[in-house]
Each structure stands twice: as structure tokens, then as C-alpha cells.
Design a protein around this ligand. Structure first.
Ligand SMILES: Cc1cc2nc3c(=O)[nH]c(=O)nc-3n(C[C@H](O)[C@H](O)[C@H](O)COP(=O)(O)OP(=O)(O)OC[C@H]3O[C@@H](n4cnc5c(N)ncnc54)[C@H](O)[C@@H]3O)c2cc1C
Length: 398
């Protein structure tokens, strides 16, 4: 085995596919091992800040992504109890002028397909579905991974893009499951034509209330409407019966504005996602194995940036592998140095925003009084560290 063997990428989510594509652009062969029967994404919406376009531009995917995306008019936050607008971040001309790229919302399947089709056009990328990795052995000059069905794949190195419950993280860091935050989410997409709730349809809206919030936005050129309802819960299961989930939702949102309760009435509530977070750690690699995306630095979704970080990671790592000329240890150290502070800040700020969204009592009064002074200039300045993008390794050079 040698460095000319393909690099193994475990996990065909947005982080893994971005890494594969960026490596292929630099002439490196990869084999992407995905545990699911097919490469695909769960069917809900996703928000992308303008920072992600720095990567899409470098991969030549800007137009394809824009073709399947919606550009909201603004990002709004409402107080869920009295319905007052608290924060308005316009995402039109002034936003585009300031951040040079748009804010978009897109069906996750559509953006995943843009990356997937681009991967399929590259001979250097082999996509292997139904390859659930169960273990690995770092042999010093190569890595072998074993799948659940008894196959072994060997590669020059492993990029573990296997998500928030990463097997590779468990083996490298052994720090257990993500910390539960005591909240769960239900997600739903409905045809826009069936939306009865009196809410803005062309914006990303967050309604924040004590122990709950709801986020909603349009998808597929305004034909669909995506809703995520997040609430405090003592339950831990991801599946349950609709009647008990409904009773819990009605209790959680009893003081919410009528429009929010109309939104809840449309929701599919059998399946829920438990919400967890990880604390930042300094090191994401050992030997020839490196973690990226949620496997390395899963965050609460308060900033809607987890997938953006996974995409930035995938691109940055690929460029550093390319410029490290076969020295994977050096590439992985540079990758950690390049990405640690930015991703840790996303993790920490996302945590800090959680009580801000769910403020109650005097904390809610303080929040509402504080944000009353926040104008566009102030909000753009607060978001600049994130939306201006990360320094990516230089475009030119071999
Ligand atoms: C409710 C909610 C809303 C969110 N909204 C946003 C948003 O608006 N914007 C945003 O940027 N982020 C958002 N996020 C975060 C985002 O979903 C994640 O950060 C992102 O998907 C991480 O990408 P990834 O490639 O690291 O991992 P994943 O997308 O989780 O992909 C991991 C892949 O690895 C595969 N896999 C796992 N284990 C194995 C194995 N052992 N062998 C082989 N394959 C394996 C999985 O099947 C999967 O395909 C949200 C998250 C939640 C929960």
C-alpha cells in the first residue's frame, strides 16, 4: 500500500462529498463509503450562509446550487408570546453587497444531489453505498476499514465524515455520545398551497419562546414550506405515538401565538430528533485518520451552520492534503490549526444562543429591550466573522 492508493472517505453526507470532490479537482482518487443503502439525504430544508459560497465557487457549483435554492427576503426573529418582531436581518441587496454572496434556503436532497452528480462525473471518485464501517486498523503506511457485511477496504488515509454519532470519533477520542440539551425537534415539509397559518412566507422566521422555538422558511421556489418545531422535553426516544407527542406539543406551546399553533397543527409528529451538542476539542486526528464535520465539532443548530462547517472542512482538508505531498500527519495538523477556532466558535456561540432563543421572565424582557437597538449595520458587524467566510488555502498552485 502507498500514498497512491485512494483516500477512504467514510460518510457520504455534505462534508464527505465535498472532500471527495475537492480532492478529485486536485487529481486525488477517493473511495466514499456510505452506510445507507443509497447516497441521499433526509428530506428537509437547510439554510446556508454566504460563507458556504466561497467553497461552492471554488468547486464550480455556484450556479447549480443557486438553481435549486430560494433566497429569503430577510431573517426574522419574533417573540412567540406577544408576536412582536425582535430582529430583522435583511438578506436582499444590502446583504449581498456586504457579504458578496447570498443567504439561501434549499431542500437538503437538492443540494446533496448537486454534489452527488458532480462526484459521479469524476472517475477519481468511487461511491460505495451499503458500506457501513464497523472498525479500522491504522497500519502506519495505510489504513484498512471493515464493513458490516465483511468487506475490507484499504486506503492511504481515512477522512471520517460519519456525522454526529461518529464511530471514528468514538475510537479516536472515546468521549461518548453528544450531550443531550433536553430539547427535541419535529420537522415537516408541506405544499405552500396548504399553509393556513398567518406567517411570512418569503423569509426565514424564528419564533422564540420559553422552552420552545419554531423555524420556518420556503423551499423549491416557494412551492414548499419547511417547519422545524423545537421544544424542551424529558423524553429521549426518536419514535413515539402521535397522540402522546401531540399532547406534549400542546402543553409546550400553550402560550404561543395562534399562528404558531396553526403551524404545529400541520406537523408530522411521529418522528422526532433529540438535540445534542459537543464541547470543542483541540485534536481531530490520529495517525492516518482525521475527523471532519459533525464528527469533529457538532454544534446546536442555533446558527444554522453545521453543514456549512462540514463543507468548509471538506474543502480545506482536501487542499491541505494536496499541498502536503503525501505527509498526512502534516496535512491533518494544518487542518486542525486552520479550522479549530472557527468551528469552536460556532459550537460555543450556538450554545450561548440557546437560552437567548428560549428566554423567559426577566431574561426575556432584557433580551427584547437589548435587541431593540440592533440595526442592520450592527447585525451585519456581529455576523461578519461567520459570513465573511474562512481563509481557504490558496486557489493557485499545484
Ligand atoms: C434540526 C436540524 C436543523 C439543521 N439545520 C441546519 C442548517 O439550516 N444549516 C446548516 O448548515 N446545518 C444545519 N444543521 C446541521 C447539519 O445537518 C449537520 O451539521 C451536517 O449534516 C453535518 O454534515 P456531515 O457531513 O458532517 O454529517 P452527516 O450529514 O450526518 O453525514 C454523515 C454520513 O455518514 C454516514 N455514516 C454514518 N456512520 C457511518 C459508518 N459507520 N459507515 C459509513 N457511513 C456512515 C451517514 O449515513 C451519513 O450519510 C441542522 C441540524 C439539525 C439536527
Amino acid at each position: 500500500m502507498s500514498n497512491s492508493d485512494p483516500i477512504l472517505i467514510v460518510g457520504g453526507g455534505l462534508g464527505g462529498l465535498t472532500a471527495a470532490l475537492a480532492l478529485a479537482h486536485r487529481g486525488h482518487a477517493t473511495r466514499v463509503l456510505e452506510g445507507a443503502p443509497e447516497f441521499g439525504a433526509i428530506g428537509y430544508g437547510i439554510q446556508f450562509g454566504p460563507n458556504v459560497f466561497h467553497v461552492f465557487d471554488r468547486l464550480g457549483l455556484r450556479e447549480q446550487v443557486l438553481a435549486v435554492a430560494d433566497s429569503p427576503v430577510a431573517l426574522l426573529m419574533f417573540d412567540a408570546l406577544d408576536g412582536k418582531e425582535l430582529i430583522r436581518i435583511p438578506t436582499g441587496a444590502s446583504f449581498n453587497a456586504r457579504f458578496k454572496h447570498p443567504y439561501i434556503v434549499v431542500h437538503r436532497i437538492d443540494v446533496h444531489n448537486v454534489l452527488l452528480y458532480a462526484c459521479r462525473r469524476h472517475d477519481a471518485i468511487e461511491l460505495v453505498p451499503e458500506a457501513m464501517v464497523m472498525g479500522f486498523a491504522d497500519r502506519g503506511d495505510s489504513v484498512a476499514v471493515a464493513t458490516a457485511d465483511g468487506r475490507t477496504f484499504t486506503g492511504a488515509a481515512v477522512i471520517a465524515a460519519d456525522g454526529v454519532r461518529s464511530l471514528f470519533r468514538a475510537k479516536l477520542l472515546g468521549d461518548g455520545e453528544p450531550h443531550p440539551v433536553g430539547y427535541a425537534a419535529h420537522r415537516t415539509i408541506v405544499p405552500m398551497a396548504e399553509l393556513k397559518a398567518d406567517v411570512p412566507r418569503d423569509c426565514v422566521v424564528l419564533w422564540g419562546g420559553p422552552g420552545f422555538h419554531i423555524v420556518h422558511y420556503p423551499l423549491r421556489h416557494g412551492s414548499l414550506f419547511n417547519v422545524v418545531a423545537v421544544f424542551r422535553t424529558g423524553t429521549h426516544g426518536e419514535k413515539g405515538d402521535a397522540a402522546s407527542h401531540l399532547a406534549e406539543l400542546q402543553r409546550s406551546y400553550r402560550d404561543a401565538q395562534p399562528a404558531m399553533r396553526d403551524l404545529l397543527a400541520m406537523m408530522e409528529i411521529t418522528r422526532r430528533w433529540q438535540i445534542g451538542y459537543r464541547d470543542p476539542v483541540r485534536h481531530w486526528h490520529r495517525g492516518r485518520v482525521v475527523l471532519i464535520g459533525d464528527a469533529a465539532h457538532a454544534a446546536l443548530q442555533s446558527l444554522a451552520q453545521g453543514a456549512c462547517m462540514a463543507i468548509e472542512d471538506g474543502f480545506c482538508l482536501a487542499e491541505l492534503i494536496h499541498t502536503s505531498a503525501g505527509d498526512f500527519a502534516a496535512a491533518f495538523r494544518r487542518f486542525e490549526a486552520a479550522r479549530l477556532l472557527r468551528t469552536a466558535r460556532v459550537q460555543l456561540e450556538s450554545r450561548a444562543m440557546w437560552p437567548f432563543y428560549h428566554a423567559e421572565g426577566i431574561a426575556r424582557d432584557v433580551r427584547n429591550a437589548t435587541v431593540a437597538d440592533w440595526d442592520e449595520r450592527h447585525l451585519f458587524a456581529c455576523l461578519a466573522w461567520l459570513y465573511d467566510g474562512a481563509p481557504l488555502p490558496a486557489a493557485a498552485g499545484g
